[in-house]
Design a protein. Structure first.
Ligand code: SF4
Ligand code: SF4
Ligand code: SF4
Ligand code: SF4
Ligand code: SF4
Ligand code: SF4
Ligand code: SF4
Ligand code: SF4
Lengths: 141, 397, 316, 165, 147
């Protein structure tokens, strides 16, 4: 396992990207991960504001027609290696908004590569943490 | 010399559920005009509901928003029950009330926290999110999920409240009550908050009537509108509680309404647990007869309105949804104009528009390079926090 | 001392500064976390962050001027490394090494990190970054004036010694400058300027959107970002240390060492506390603050120092 | 005497291949003819068993038979699991009819004015027609309601003893 | 109780009322002539102090229907829905927005999603859909809309 990967697993900076049509619950639960009960900073996870600094994108919500180009652009702006985690049913599979008339015909994982899916509606903060930990674990194999 | 600038707030930010774009026009430090643009997160749920069966729709409408996630299903099932003249067992009515009030509790705490953040009291933020967790724990124990409870069903509720749940809820409530006392003391007696929030963003009862505003927004302006009492449903007519209404109409009044409402909510929860009769929780309706119905529920932010029309099949042919923020948001125009931009964020926050926008804003100069933002959203938050700090100093705190 | 030894020393000292500096940033984060009822990151967090950034792709934005974009972080790092080298040399060996006038050099070099940020920000051709850069510029202009005045106080007290070693020796023999009214005022000015030089709340307007967009560093990624972070970490050690040298008589030897470390830690705690108890200042306010209050304090300090010198009163 | 909507259940077999359209567009993908066929099935094809396996099989109590043995399916309870269909020993509950998504037919308003509705014009098999029906009804034709006729070989319970083998 | 209120409404603005359905003590549907919507709504909103809640537009296949829902919060909380039936080919009715500010957004929304024209609305911009993806004349809430 290279030092590079090892360091990445110890210091994942995440960028939260709300792809558009979400019910906001995933977003609130992501924020919840930062509050005293879950405190992901323990693991070096930091929520950062510029996608240039991101090691992982946490995407929530379905991609809508309006946001699809933006989502793609943001992914292109992220420095590689960069992981994409689809948070919640919406991001994983468009969930129940699949048939909405504003939904983008191409789902998230066909628009940009997705490395991990954290299903749930919304996933509990524990689930998100477990998902990220598993993803990082798979890197070091 | 007039120094006119446009401050766009929005359009969207991770925190935000219904992305909105506000264009504040400011002259110097004073807001002179406002334009609101919505629809960034428009998912066409009304149309989507026409493709789902009556049993599936609650799951869709609960995902309109994660914070009102039981208010929409509750209003919806009432609309269907109204359309099809469906009876609901009494026990189910109590359980509905219970879950709805738990939601109000956690939503108000969320608000207190974020309002604290905007005012520069980050401790308040962390604390109230910390004390929100016991409520989410209760929700998880009782309904199986922290946020999307999936309890409402046409004709009743999906899950029963077990005796051990009752004990559990009662055992966790004191924690929340203690925190409510703490917050109440901190809000009602804090001279800084008085100075900071009183007289800010005032809305008169006439404004409220003009815009049809609902919920704490209206009750803080002396309009005692509360669907729970005006048009009693579920068990709201069966337990003892009061409508909180104060006349001032400023941001402080809205905070007071929310804080005091937490006590009423706890009262309702206790009342429900006490009075809940034994029996069925679901009347198992057979069909929804053709017809139309309206369901309303007083969500944490105000009245949620659902209209359902049925043609006798098992799918609605029209489902109209109106969330409280839809009518509360336009009031921002009245409350913010003439105020200083220092207070713009907290006035917006007072509406509780699911906190959004306020985080990603940028100020643009009217003249000169139109793309050069000279002030960002966090600047606005900071302005607000500075003012608090200033006042704190004045009061020697 | 021959050149080779100097070069080796330079690298050893820079590396040491970097390590200690990173640890310091950890302390900062940990304290912040504890204030917010959280556990906070493990001790190796800053190291992991830097190592990780080194392994990441470096993206140069299309519109950016590539050379300036990539070189600026190095300028900053070079500046802070040289400063730390000179300062530590003076601390370890106040009499021997150094050269007359190294104080002036340090002052100039200390501006470099800020300049590097400004150039980097401007070079990245991102509107938000240029706003950050212009703020940093204003901020630098703002705090540089009282900073220089603070040094003038020191100069007056030392009778015009322009060498760091000289300052340290003078203080070790004749008592630290901070033990006087003007010295104390100078210390206050120094702490505030340190806060600004470190880009900490309340003077972090340049990076205002740390939580949101990263301000000046918005376009940086990978190695250059790591270099900036490292520079920042080294500044964490170096700038307070500089103050210790100027006003508190350096570290000394023997029993002076723990005392010296205590001096540094004291300054650091002051910085962290200020950061955690203050909201962010708007840039205009920061400028007003520095040119108004802080400069006033500095001028008073200068006047008192001159007066003290004239009248021969040590405690003025 | 006016024209009536006629479904020929014997001809209507091409269940997998729905070319049929319906102008009642209140629900996306609505197939009004399915609702009519369900009605016809219960009325005319179902054997009205005394021990109704279909009703017993339904996990949601969505099927009920009245004292005549006439079935009705409560669409708010039915989950479309098709257990009833599996349980029916005569196979009368057709796979494509018993659905979670219930369709609706409002007997297009143009029926009154004598125009053929969309289901008639789009049926590829001529199984749905709009025609004048002589009175009395010919053999194997049955009137349901007053505007809808089903042509089907009808089964009738007989009181004669079952011949022993 | 509710019957009395309906009687009073009939007395005040009876000329526009075509029919009344009292579903139960809390829900009343009043069929009105679209031309009189402003008068009836103003009477309820201003003279009776009803709260304007929202409006619903419905595509009935053969016509359009607009219901303005007003809540009689001060008189027992009944919901009064004013039902106007509009022409399928050219749906249009007077706007309430100049009188009742609360109807501003919903009328914009109905005009954009359902294609109903509100005559006299002061600010008929789009509310929800971006013009980029939604050309004029495409109304997603209409029944004949295909994604
Ligand atoms: S795992 Fe749960 S959510 Fe997924 S299909 Fe099964 S029951 Fe549904
Ligand atoms: S996955 Fe569920 S909780 Fe998350 S945004 Fe989608 S609907 Fe909301
Ligand atoms: S008002 Fe806010 S909390 Fe309620 S549904 Fe709308 S977005 Fe959600
Ligand atoms: S198209 Fe005609 S024949 Fe085929 S299944 Fe439909 S109704 Fe029957
Ligand atoms: S009569 Fe009309 S509504 Fe009924 S199935 Fe035919 S087309 Fe559909
Ligand atoms: S398909 Fe419906 S009626 Fe048939 S067994 Fe299943 S639930 Fe019962
Ligand atoms: S899917 Fe199969 S196994 Fe599952 S309930 Fe239905 S018939 Fe049974
Ligand atoms: S089992 Fe089949 S034939 Fe018997 S009653 Fe049920 S559907 Fe009719």
């Amino acid at each position: 396992m290279s030092l590079k990967i090892k360091a990445l697993t110890k210091s994942p900076w995440v960028y939260h990207l709300c792809a558009g049509g979400s019910c906001n619950n995933c977003d609130i639960e992501i924020l919840d991960c930062l509050t005293p009960r879950f405190d992901v900073e323990r693991f070096g996870v930091t929520l950062i504001g510029s996608v240039r600094h991101a090691d992982a994108l946490l995407v929530s919500g379905i991609v809508t027609k309006k946001t699809a180009p933006l989502v793609k652009q943001i992914w292109e702006q992220a420095p590689k290696p960069c992981l994409v985690v689809a948070i919640g049913g919406c991001a994983c599979s468009q969930g129940m908004f699949k048939d909405c008339y504003t939904a983008n015909p191409v789902p998230l994982d066909e628009l940009i590569p997705v490395h991990a899916y954290v299903p749930g509606c919304p996933p509990k903060p524990e689930t998100m943490i477990a998902g990220i930990v598993k993803l990082l674990g798979s890197l070091t194999k | 010399m007039s120094d006119r600038r446009i401050i766009p707030i929005g359009p969207y930010h991770p925190l935000q559920e219904e992305p909105e774009l506000f264009r504040l026009e400011v002259d110097g430090e004073t807001v002179v005009d406002l334009d609101v643009e919505v629809g960034w997160n428009h998912r066409g749920i009304e149309k989507l509901c026409e493709t789902k069966t009556y049993d599936q729709v609650p799951f869709v409408v609960e995902r309109i928003c994660g914070i009102c996630s039981t208010s929409h299903p509750l209003a919806y099932v009432q609309a269907v029950e109204d359309a099809g003249n469906i009876e609901v067992p009494e026990r189910a009515l109590y359980i509905r009330t219970l879950v709805a009030e738990l939601e109000r509790l956690h939503s108000h705490l969320l608000w207190v926290g974020l309002a604290g953040h905007f005012l520069g009291y980050n401790t308040v933020w962390m604390w109230s999110w910390k004390y929100r967790e016991p409520i989410l724990d209760i929700c998880e124990t009782v309904t199986g999920n922290r946020n999307h409870y999936a309890m409402m069903k046409v004709g009743g509720v999906r899950r029963d409240i077990l005796p051990e749940h009752v004990d559990y809820i009662l055992s966790r409530l004191p924690e929340i009550e203690k925190f409510a006392d703490l917050i109440k003391g901190a809000v009602l007696d804090d001279p800084v908050l008085h100075a900071r929030l009183k007289g800010v963003g005032v809305m008169t009862a006439d404004d409220i009537h003009d815009y049809g505003a609902v919920g704490p927004t209206s009750r803080a302006s002396g309009v005692p509108g509360d669907v729970r009492r005006d048009d009693p449903y579920a068990a709201y007519g069966l337990v003892d509680w009061d409508v909180i209404c104060v006349p001032q109409g400023d941001v402080f009044a809205k905070a007071v309404v929310r804080v005091l409402e937490m006590y009423e909510t706890i009262k309702i929860i206790k009342g429900c647990l006490e009075k809940m009769p034994a029996g069925e929780i679901d009347s198992k309706p057979k069909v929804v007869a053709p017809g139309e119905g309206i369901g309303r529920h007083e969500a944490p932010r105000g009245e949620v309105f659902h209209y359902v029309r049925s043609d006798g099949t098992n799918r609605p042919i029209r489902h109209k949804i109106r969330a409280p923020t839809y009518v509360n948001l336009p009031t921002y125009k009245t409350s913010v104009i003439g105020e200083s931009i220092t207070d713009a964020t907290i006035i917006l926050a007072a509406i509780d528009p699911c906190y959004c926008c306020t985080e990603r804003m940028a100020v643009y100069k009217h003249k000169g390079d139109p793309n050069e933002p000279i002030m960002t959203g966090s600047d606005l938050v900071r302005l607000s926090q500075e003012k608090t700090a200033r006042l704190r100093k004045e009061f020697g705190l | 001392m021959n050149i080779l030894v100097l070069v080796v020393l330079f690298f050893v000292i820079s590396a040491g500064t970097a390590v200690v500096g990173l640890l310091t940033t950890w302390i900062d984060r940990k304290v912040t976390a504890r204030v917010q009822y959280r556990l906070g990151p493990p001790w190796f967090q800053p190291f992991a962050d830097v190592v990780k950034l080194l392994g990441k792709e470096t993206i140069v934005p299309h519109a950016a001027s590539k050379a300036a974009f990539l070189i600026s972080p190095l300028i900053g790092l070079a500046g802070v490394s040289l400063v730390s080298f000179i300062i530590w040399l003076a601390i370890f060996d106040p009499t021997g090494s150094g050269f007359i006038g190294d104080l002036i050099v340090v002052i100039y070099l200390l501006i470099l990190p800020a300049l590097a940020m400004i150039f980097g920000g401007l070079a990245s051709a991102n509107p938000l970054a240029s706003v950050g850069a212009s703020r940093e510029m204003k901020l630098a202009l703002a705090y540089e004036l009282p900073f220089i005045l603070m040094i003038v106080v020191v100069l007056i007290k030392s009778g015009g010694t322009l060498s760091l070693g000289g300052l340290i020796s003078a203080q070790q023999s004749g008592g630290v400058y901070v033990a006087s009214i003007s010295g104390l005022l100078a210390l206050v000015v120094a702490i505030l300027c340190t806060q600004a030089k470190l880009g900490q709340v309340p003077f972090d307007a340049a990076e205002a959107e740390t939580e949101l967009t990263g301000g000046i560093l918005i376009e940086y990624s990978g190695t250059p970002l790591a270099v900036f972070k490292l520079t920042r970490a080294m500044l964490y050690l170096t700038v307070p240390m500089f103050t210790v040298v100027l006003l508190c008589g350096g570290i000394g030897s023997g029993w002076g060492i723990p005392l010296g470390i205590l001096k540094y830690v004291g300054l650091l705690v002051a910085v962290v506390l200020i950061r955690n108890t203050n909201p962010r200042l708007r840039i205009e306010h920061a400028v007003k603050f520095f040119w108004g209050h802080v400069t006033a304090i500095a001028i008073i300090a200068v006047a008192l120092a001159v007066l003290g010198n004239r009248l021969g009163i040590g405690w003025l | 005497m006016s024209k009536k909507l006629v479904i020929d259940l014997d001809l209507c077999r091409n269940f997998d291949n729905y070319e049929l359209q319906c102008s009642y567009n209140q629900h996306p993908g609505n197939q009004g003819i399915l609702a009519l066929r369900e009605l016809a099935l219960y009325e005319l094809i179902c054997r009205r068993c005394e021990e109704r396996s279909c009703v017993l099989a339904c996990p949601e109590d969505a099927l009920e038979a009245d004292d005549q043995g006439l079935l009705s399916r409560y669409n708010l309870r039915c989950i479309g699991c098709k257990s009833c269909q599996h349980a029916c020993p005569f196979g009368t509950l057709l796979d494509d009819v018993i659905n979670l998504m219930v369709s609706g037919c409002d007997m297009c308003p143009q029926l009154k004015s004598g125009q053929a509705p969309l289901c008639v014009t789009s049926c590829t098999n001529k199984a749905v027609t709009f025609e004048e029906i002589p009175d009395p009804l010919p053999e194997n034709m049955f009137l349901l309601g007053n505007r809808f006729v089903v042509r089907s070989r009808h089964w009738k319970k007989s009181d004669e003893p079952v011949p022993q083998a | 109780m509710i019957e009395d209120i309906v009687k009073e409404i009939k007395k005040a603005v009876g000329k526009w009322i075509k029919g009344v359905t009292i579903k139960n003590s809390q829900r009343v549907y009043i069929d009105i002539d679209p031309a009189g919507v402003r008068e009836v709504a103003t009477y309820l909103w201003k003279d009776r102090g009803a709260r304007y809640s929202i409006a619903t537009a419905i595509d009935n296949r053969t016509n359009f229907e607009v219901q303005h829902h007003l809540s009689l919060d001060r008189e027992g909380g009944a919901m009064v829905s004013l039902r106007s039936i509009l022409d399928r080919d050219k749906p249009s009715m007077p706007s309430l927005a100049p009188v009742i500010k609360a109807s501003d957004w919903i009328e914009r929304e109905m005009s954009e999603l359902m294609g109903i024209e509100f005559v006299g609305h002061p600010d008929m911009r789009r509310l929800l859909l971006s013009s980029e993806h939604w050309p004029e004349g495409v109304y997603p809430l209409r029944k004949d809309f295909k994604a």
